[in-house]
Design a protein around this ligand. Structure first.
Ligand code: ZN
Length: 304
């Protein structure tokens, strides 16, 4: 009898190779997208492939109506997900969806704000608190201070001016500012990120909880001349929030270096686990970039 049950399970595994027959509980993730000034069809697919390849997650992609269309029927049952990846920069969500998202965060939900998600919803105060720093959309000193790393700490600078800028895409060095956080523990102190935008002069309420990575924004690259906070967690209710300004999506999955970067993928995978559970059990991968050398997973899969 036991043998027959085992056979059935093995057969199911052969028929449906995506199903984990060990019945290990996978974390449910959802990518909220559908409007963006970026290639959201590429980024959402990239997230799905990299997260599901790890065996730790199942990924749904929630696609909003197109820009300008009726948003009232669009909502996500956030409560069924361990982690919500916000890959959205577009029309305002319905009042119900906003309320549900705030409740999800307040009650201890896990959220990843990814790249241009921090461009969204300037007028939604709770959203700005959740992602701590934002850019563009008319942002200025009314939205909060500039925040950057100087002399070993974070500076809040109320100088008037635009919020959000970046120069041409390039490879850049990320420096760890908290080696004890579960997401960064064991990762090198510095590593070279694949060609990407480097967001600078971001402004907002700025309740950064743990600052994880900064990078220097060179004036020669039309940057701020400051060490910019690019990756951090946010203090908001009981939520576990990971804000990642990295990852500008390319036009195709094959030409998408910021997301093909093994460093970016490692951060997302570890952050998604942390958002959902508060812990990170994943080992540091052998292909993690170094301070001297970038490293890429061209197919978004980790070699095992
Ligand atoms: Zn971008």
């Amino acid at each position: 009898m036991r043998f027959r049950l085992l056979s059935i399970i093995l057969c199911l595994g052969l028929l449906f190779p995506g199903i984990d027959v060990s019945a290990k509980k996978q974390i449910k993730a959802v990518v909220v997208t559908g409007q963006n000034n970026h290639f959201w069809k590429i980024s959402s697919q990239a997230f799905k492939i990299m997260l599901e390849d790890s065996g730790l997650f199942t990924v749904d992609i929630a696609v909003s109506p197109e820009a300008g269309k009726d948003m009232s029927g669009f909502n996500v049952d956030f409560s069924q997900y361990g982690v919500v990846i916000v890959d959205y920069n577009g029309d305002m969500w319905s009042d119900q969806m906003k309320k549900d998202f705030e409740a999800y965060a307040q009650n201890g939900g896990g959220i990843i704000f990814y790249h241009a998600a921090d461009n969204s919803f300037r007028e939604w105060a709770e959203y700005s608190k959740m992602n701590a720093l934002g850019g563009w959309g008319g942002r200025n000193e009314k939205d909060g201070p500039y925040i950057y790393w100087q002399d070993g700490g974070l500076v809040k600078d109320m100088t008037p001016g635009i919020g959000g800028s970046h120069g041409p895409r390039h490879e850049y060095l990320l420096t760890n500012r908290d080696s004890k956080h579960p997401i960064t523990k064991g990762l090198p102190a510095q590593w070279m990120h694949g060609t990407d935008e480097l967001y600078d002069r971001m402004r907002g309420p700025g309740e950064i909880d743990d600052l994880l990575y900064t990078s220097f924004s060179y004036k020669e690259k039309r940057g701020s001349g400051r060490e910019e906070p690019l990756v951090f967690s946010v203090d908001y209710g009981k939520a576990r929030i990971f804000h990642c300004m990295l990852g500008h999506a390319g036009e195709t999955l094959e030409n998408n270096p910021a997301m093909q970067c093994a460093g970016f993928q490692t951060l997302i995978l570890r952050a998604a686990e942390w958002c959902a559970t508060g812990k990170v059990k994943q080992k540091v991968p052998a292909d993690f970039p170094t301070a001297e050398k970038t490293s890429f997973r061209m197919d978004y899969r980790q070699k095992r």
